[in-house]
Design a protein around this ligand. Structure first.
Ligand code: ADP
Ligand code: ZN
Ligand code: ZN
Length: 716
């Protein structure tokens, strides 16, 4: 009798599959990969467990091959895969496909050999040709930082031939040394609040707990993470730090590297092979400290001791397609399974997180001020009703800008819309051009050429000279976007450099870095940009932050839009006035008495949260209730609606509230009609039971593309 092994296959299937292990070959390890026949082809699968009794008594096939001698996935990860399939109502096999790096599925062997680490052998530079600058640079780098790894050198763009040149001259050498994490202290001592936060986190390093670190921007949250991490590394364990977006905030990784000697970085910008390499070295325990974006939460840590989720409120932790998971929530579940603490840091904690603090599930430590003399900026509303705007800005705002520039300071303007103008409109009949494939107005762009663009499908159109509807020649642009604000400011302040930061101006990450470096060295200048300006970068010389066009966010039908807008304003405001001078924030508004806006300006973010929480409660919206959205799209609108109605009929008596179906806020994208319905319940169990009924109703032959989104981040 052969052994039978149960495996997970990275295919869109809900179950597991059993295979026979041939007696004469190697035995699969649990969590390791095997090659198995599947349908007409073969797939890379992961061994889950040995079973005595196969699931059914059909003739089992043999596994083809054992790929790994050591497990690729740890047992807590295998559990996590099952948990995600249940919680997000996503096929088990597809969850595995999302968790495994591409190279793992291709069957690439585990890289168990440790990395080479380089150091200087001799500083005798006579043998280095005069013009070999890169060789000198490398020698200098290695004397500054001995035992630099191969991958760190690659990150520094050191080419192989340069390395080989020095190696062959015996100026440098390598070893497989185990580099102890070398912690470097800093001059300053922790503030009282910081010490308390560190004590709170480190009081329970060997049991599960979620600690919220609620610290205003610039209050030194990173320093708290670092001290806690230091303690965990000392215990010989590994640490994972999740960050929202590495390309916008490379200095976060640098600040950890400068304190711990080395960090491994895991994010989607790297090549598949590099990602797999880091992944396997996390698995072997070689990488002790890992910083990464969303999917790094799936790395196969051998001995994880702490997870830090920085900027936990950030919506980029939520994957918006396929497996719609929240990396923050998965991190908490993983910490729970491992019995380790998880830290959630933010200056603007999400309503969910604050709710969990309120109910006692999470503990919280607060950093209420910035260390040293840096003060928090003041918040003000600028009522623009009845004012003539120039490039989207009121005369008062423009004089504010002038005032700050005259004081040799920098000004930051947030307008969360890229392009030149919101749209064009016919002055005579009110005609507005729409995308032919999507139900959205076209945005006018001016740079590099004048054209209309659809921000949903990126289709481009010529700017019409005459109205399509009435032939009028009086077609003009309305509403400002980044390019028009930039143009207006360049006209008004000719001698002041202006920098625009949006997806169109910064298509390569190097460009953004250079731009920010430029701003640091400038005295006065103006920064105009979208939410990209709110992420992590500090601008010590900015003393004025102006927010244009935030009203839409507070009036949106998407119930999370107000929360996101408040977070955006507070985050961008926090970029300002970090140095000696106090910053001011001015929010232009056509709706100056909006209760959300007033609460934010007068009572700060927490004031906003109380007001918003009240509104959510009174309409039974999360966080006190739980929500899932069913989305459905296809070429025929009626079919989508009917599809969702059929599903909702299944849950009529299940105690959950069903809302919809309604057309999505953007009812059509790229020619496909989109409908949605929401299920809401105060009980998670009830919600999941209802979702299981919805699932069962669905046959594979349905023509609609549909999905379940548990804990949706937006309703778009
Ligand atoms: P946050 O992440 O909370 O926005 P940072 O961690 O970036 O804030 O800290 C802001 C600045 O304050 C950094 O330059 C950091 O080095 C400095 N800093 C942190 N803690 C202290 C302290 N206890 N004393 C003096 N400076 C500190
Ligand atoms: Zn017209
Ligand atoms: Zn379009």
């Amino acid at each position: 009798m052969n052994d039978v092994v149960r495996v997970l296959v990275p295919r869109p299937v809900w179950g597991t599959y059993d295979y026979r292990v041939p007696n004469n070959g190697p035995r699969p390890v649990i969590g390791g990969r095997v090659r198995v026949p599947f349908g007409q082809s073969a797939v890379t699968a992961v061994a889950l467990e040995y079973v005595k009794q196969p699931a059914n008594n059909i003739q089992l096939k043999n596994i083809d091959k054992v790929i790994d001698e050591d497990p690729l996935l740890t047992s807590d990860l295998l559990d996590l895969v099952q948990w995600m399939s249940d919680y997000y109502h996503f096929p088990l096999g597809s969850v595995l496909g999302s968790v495994l790096p591409v190279e793992a599925m291709r069957g690439r062997p585990l890289n168990v050999e440790p990395e080479k680490k380089w150091c200087v052998e001799s500083t005798d530079t006579e043998d280095i040709p005069k013009n070999a600058h890169r060789q000198r640079e490398l020698l200098e780098l290695l004397s500054r930082k001995p035992w630099t790894t191969d991958s760190e050198l690659r990150q520094q763009k050191i080419a192989k031939p340069v390395l080989e040149a020095l190696h062959s001259k015996k100026l440098i050498r390598w070893e497989y040394v185990e580099v102890a994490v070398d912690y470097r202290d800093v001059e300053f001592s922790l503030t009282e609040e910081q010490s308390r936060a560190v004590d709170c986190i480190t009081s329970s390093l060997d049991s599960f707990a979620v600690h919220v670190l609620d610290g205003v921007t610039g209050s030194g949250k990173t320093e708290v993470y670092i001290r806690a991490i230091q303690r965990v590394l000392e215990m010989g364990k590994q640490v994972l730090v999740l960050v929202p977006e590495i390309s916008l905030t490379p200095q976060t990784a640098e600040s950890f590297a400068s304190r711990f000697g080395s960090v491994a970085v895991l994010h989607s910008m790297r090549t598949n092979v590099q990602r797999f390499d880091v992944w396997t070295r996390v698995g072997s325990g070689e990488h002790r400290l890992v910083i990464g974006t969303r999917s790094a939460v799936f790395a196969p840590f051998k001995n994880l001791g702490l997870i830090v989720v920085d900027e936990e409120h950030d919506s980029s932790y939520k994957q918006g397609e396929t497996l719609r998971y929240s990396a923050r929530d998965v991190a908490i579940v993983r910490a729970n399974k491992l019995g380790i603490p998880c830290v959630l840091g933010s200056a603007t904690p999400s309503l969910e997180t604050l709710h969990n603090v309120e109910t006692g599930k999470y503990s919280m430590a607060t950093l209420s001020h910035r260390p040293g003399t840096a003060e928090m900026p003041s918040f003000n509303v600028l009522d623009i009703r009845g004012h003539q705007l120039v490039g989207g800005m009121s005369p008062q705002l423009i004089s504010k800008i002038r005032e700050h520039l005259n004081a040799e300071a920098q000004v930051l303007i947030l307008i969360n819309r890229r392009g030149y103008a919101r749209s064009v409109v016919c002055n005579d009949c009110g005609w507005i051009p729409y995308c032919v494939d999507c139900s959205v107005k076209l945005t006018l762009h001016d740079v590099p050429t004048a054209e209309l663009r659809c921000h949903q499908c990126e289709r481009r159109y010529r700017v019409p000279e005459t109205c399509t509807s009435c032939d009028s020649k009086r077609v003009r642009s309305v509403g400002s976007a980044t390019q028009r604000v930039e143009e207006t400011l360049q006209m008004l302040f000719e001698n002041v450099p202006t920098y625009r930061v949006d997806r169109d101006s910064t298509n390569s990450s190097g460009k953004l870095e250079r731009l920010f470096a430029n701003v640091k060295t400038q005295e006065k200048c103006i920064l105009v940009g979208t939410q990209m300006l709110s992420k992590g970068h500090h601008f010590p010389n900015v003393t004025l932050v102006a927010v244009i066009g935030a009203d839409a966010g507070f009036l949106s039908t998407d119930f999370r839009a107000a929360e996101r807008t408040a977070q955006l304003i507070v985050q961008v405001a926090g970029r300002a006035g970090r140095a000696q001078r106090r910053g001011e924030v001015w929010i232009q508004s056509l709706d100056p008495h909006n209760p959300n806006l007033q609460a934010l300006v007068i009572q700060g973010y927490r004031g906003f949260v109380s007001a918003e929480q009240y509104l959510r409660d009174s309409s039974d919206l999360p966080p006190r209730t739980h929500m899932a959205v069913l989305r459905c799209e296809g070429s025929n609108a009626d079919e989508q609606e009917r599809f969702l109605l059929d599903r909702l009929a299944e849950v009529e008596d299940s105690g959950v509230e069903a809302l919809g179906p309604v057309p999505a806020p953007i009812a059509r994208i790229a020619g496909r009609w989109r409908y949605q319905a929401a299920l809401v319940s105060p009980s998670r169990t009830q919600l999941h039971n209802a979702l299981r009924k919805v699932e069962r109703k669905t046959s594979n032959r349905s023509k609609s593309r549909w999905s379940i989104d548990v804990d949706p981040a937006d309703m778009a």
